[in-house]
Design a protein around this ligand. Sequence first.
Ligand code: FE
Length: 358
Amino acid sequence: MPIFRQLFDTTSSTYTYLLGDAAAGEAVLIDPVFEHVQRDTALLRELGLRLVATLDTHVHADHVTAAWLLQQRTGSRILLAGAATAVNVDRPLQHGDRIAFGSRHLEVRATPGHTSGCLTYVLDDHSRAFTGDALLIRGCGRTDFQQGSPQRLFRSVRTQILSLPDDCLLYPGHDYRGVTVTSVREEKRFNPRLGGDVDEADFCGYMDHLGLPHPKLMDIAVPANMRCGQPDGHGAPAPEPGWAPLVYTFGGIWEIQPQTLLERARELQLVDVREPSEFTGVLGHIAGARLAPMAQLADHLSALDPQRPVVAVCRSGARSAQATVLLRKAGFTQVANLAGGMLRWNAEALPVVGAAAD
Ligand code: FE
């Protein structure tokens, strides 16, 4: 099995999928979301994978793709259906194309109907397929805009998706109830719109009377996605912190490495959130650090300058990670956690003060 991760955007209920070949160190992301670039690049780094391509299943109307931003940050190529006629695409995809990552590949199937450029990506061994909005769990994408067509969607799903092996797992582009996966067998039997004995006329009658409001973000998302997520000046990404080279972890914490902290200690405010006995214990503390045990952290905030960066320190980096969350909630914007805490600081033989003899 390739490396596989299912990621979620709570705002639009969008699933992003990571597929990777561990031996080759290569990965692709299907339907990455603009706001989650930091999360997704952190996960790739932690899994030791290089992003070779982003694949959107279609031009989305409810969120902005991260394809362009990931291309800028990682050098990944932007893949999207040629039929979508978007700009900034590195490789316009056609039915029957193959997308390689390491020794594995995805097969491209045209599944128009929700939009005219919808694609389904099928894993080489037909064990999994990523259906975008063509087929959702017990549902399907709407067909009332972006050149949608219920006739085309019905034929796409029946001939390209439900024709896969019964055991093939199907991963949708969204789920609004938090359900994560289905199978061809299940959807053939239980999909109320497209399964069982439903025929094309039944399906069109159903789809033509959905009466859904347009997605809230449509007027922003569709033009942005026609540029593969390149901002037009209005929606620039959140900048990387400029005050020090930091690493963003998949746990959502900005970390500073011990050596970087040593070099920049003078410019920073250091908050050590351990107990007093630890502060003067065997690990010692960093010169200039303010002792502010976790339980009393709130009492120390008024003594900190919100205009200057704050680095939180503890024994292992766990308590101080939570301290960075509390500091951000308190309004501090330039906050980082010392990676590995005083354990790593000592392991790297960096200078400490106040260390008790063992
Ligand atoms: Fe969609």
